[in-house]
Design a binder for this molecule. Sequence first.
Ligand code: SF4
Length: 296
Amino acid sequence: MGEISELLNCRMCPRECGVNRYLQTGFCRMGSELKINTWQKHFGEEPFVSGTQGSGTIFFSGCNLSCLFCQNYLISQLGHGKEYSIAQTADIMLQLQNEGVHNINLVTPTHFSLQLREALLLARKQGLTIPVVWNTNSYENVEMLKRLEGLVDIFLADFKYGTNTAASKYSQADNYFDIAAAAVNEMLRQVGHIKLDDDDIARKGLAVRLLVLPEDANSTEFILQWLAENIGNDLYISLMSQYYPTWQAAKYPETARSLNTEEYEAAVELVEKYNFENCLIQELSPSADWTPDFTI
Ligand code: SF4
């Protein structure tokens, strides 16, 4: 597999670091090779993704955000994982398909978009037929998303913050809201709302995940109002209660504790206020149990 010329001056994501990924690393801390922590049949995603056979999940190392409460910090921030070529990554996808999973679920893929585009083209050529899930923090360049058109079937997109101020404080992303808003619009344009098959497994579409933070630190109502007005009430929303303080969360008092019942109930009421009918409400159970074991 030859060199990908755009990696010589990496502007793959909104960080636009401009580094030569073959020699240096930028904000995401990753070089030119795909780096994977683990891949597995995963049953912990939303039911329309995990189904009965599991989701073929591939967890990529590194991240273009730096969330101080990241529950996957061992791989996203500390970079635990091993390097794999594009051909090896395509093989992993085919192996997972052979195990009978419903889909290939690429977790935190953004900083490897160009390499994954090549891997997906190769895997499709070699017989990959199941849907591909782009499981993203939504800090994505619209132009890069357009390069994935036709290769990604399902966007499972976080919407982390309703304000740029909060995104700057907790994730070092001064323009997150504006970037994520444009990205989610592009995802909707490409795949529309979620379409389920006869077994209630998603075949195509956009779903948005919203992790509720203590003290409404990420402005849940702003997010839901924006989504209702711009993406529409047909949107599948996954409201997540699994916040717990980890990594550098002790830096601020509001992020140093778990979510309480009142805070989560307030978020659930907002989902009802904005008339989202396709909403998965996670039970309030803040615990590290939700996080797969990323040790390597
Ligand atoms: S993918 Fe990594 S190196 Fe490239 S612009 Fe984004 S953060 Fe920077």
